[in-house]
Design a binder for this molecule. Structure first.
Ligand code: HEC
Ligand code: HEC
Length: 264
């Protein structure tokens, strides 16, 4: 009987660990690597990282996100890991158990991903970014929320940041990580059920490698955009005032008419 309980407990433990592995590959591997090896200078390693032994720390990092300077194995990091409150407390604990098991020694550093320089691939990435080509799984064009490089006065959306220097900041492997496990809240919602394919991610990475060397939306571009937005705003305001006063005038005329009818 006791033996049976031990077996059951072991199986349950395995089930939790397995769950943790799946959750890890879905939510973390894109940035921290399949074996928790990280990307030097961009995403800290989880394997061989002493802080990972602290379950509460890992759960908090997952559920509340983490930013600010960090040091792991002599490398410094100063990035942003978005909060993932959609991962339940118990799932976060399963992930923490899994990462603890990743090993006390750092996994081998990944092979540096070559910078994709194929101009045709970059052109395809640009078309995807702008929405001129459709994503296979129906995701929104990046342009809806971001700009990258210089697309003229209206640029792209401004919900997300300007991605012009993305390649300089994250490198090819970092970009691929971020686009594989999309974790930034608004963006995550937008791509839920519409993941990017590896081919699309490669094309976008090639596009970002191309924009990195180019001037982005400089301050003067931003000024032009603001001026344009200001003009549009003024037009809308005038339009609204016109309608408002027109209605009021009609309303007044109507009131005068009815009151004169009444008194007549
Ligand atoms: C979008 C990329 C991204 C994803 C996805 C991501 N992380 Fe992170 N993570 C980061 C970055 C960047 C940092 C470093 C933040 C800093 O510099 O302060 C970090 C830091 C951490 C730390 C702190 C490391 C330390 O040395 O103190 C832990 C723990 C962690 N992540 C665990 C996870 C787990 C577990 C998941 C999956 C649920 C995950 N991360 C998903 C980017 C990501
Ligand atoms: C619905 C709006 C939306 C769409 C569409 C969208 N993003 Fe984002 N994205 C965001 C927001 C919001 C953030 C988090 C704030 C930030 O860092 O810009 C973000 C963050 C990012 C980041 C991390 C920025 C960094 O510096 O670490 C990258 C990279 C990124 N998006 C690339 C893309 C790409 C490529 C596409 C198209 C496949 C895309 N996004 C589509 C809203 C969006």
């Amino acid at each position: 009987m006791k033996q049976l309980l031990v077996v059951v407990a072991a199986l349950l433990g395995l089930a939790i660990a397995a769950d943790g592995a799946v959750l890890y590959s879905q939510n973390c591997a894109g940035c921290h690597g399949a074996n928790g090896q990280g990307i030097p200078g961009v995403f800290p390693p989880l394997s061989g990282n002493p802080r990972i032994q602290d379950e509460a720390y890992v759960v908090k990092a997952i559920r509340q996100g983490i930013s600010g300077p960090l040091e792991v194995g002599g490398q410094t990091y100063n990035g942003v890991m978005p909060a993932m409150p959609q991962i339940s407390e118990s799932d976060a604990r399963a992930i923490a158990a899994y990462t603890r098991g990743l090993g006390g020694t750092p996994a081998a550093a990944p092979e540096p991903t070559p910078i994709p320089t194929d101009p045709a691939l970059a052109a395809r990435g640009k078309a995807l970014f702008l929405g001129q080509a459709r994503f296979q799984n129906g995701g929104a064009p990046c342009m809806a929320c971001h700009t990258a490089g210089n697309f003229g006065p209206m640029g792209g959306g401004s919900l997300g940041r300007d991605l012009t220097d993305l390649h300089t900041r994250l490198g090819a492997a970092g970009i691929q990580g971020v686009l594989t496990s999309i974790a930034f809240p608004v963006m995550r919602e937008s791509y839920k059920g519409h993941p990017l394919t590896p081919e699309e991610i490669a094309a976008l990475t090639a596009f970002f490698a191309q924009t990195a060397g180019k001037p982005g939306n400089t301050a003067s571009m931003d000024a032009a955009r603001m001026l344009f937005a200001g003009l549009v705003g003024l037009l809308v305001l005038f339009g609204a005032m016109y309608l408002y006063w027109n209605n009021r005038r009609l309303g007044l005329a109507e009131r005068i008419r009815t009151s004169s009818r009444r008194s007549a």
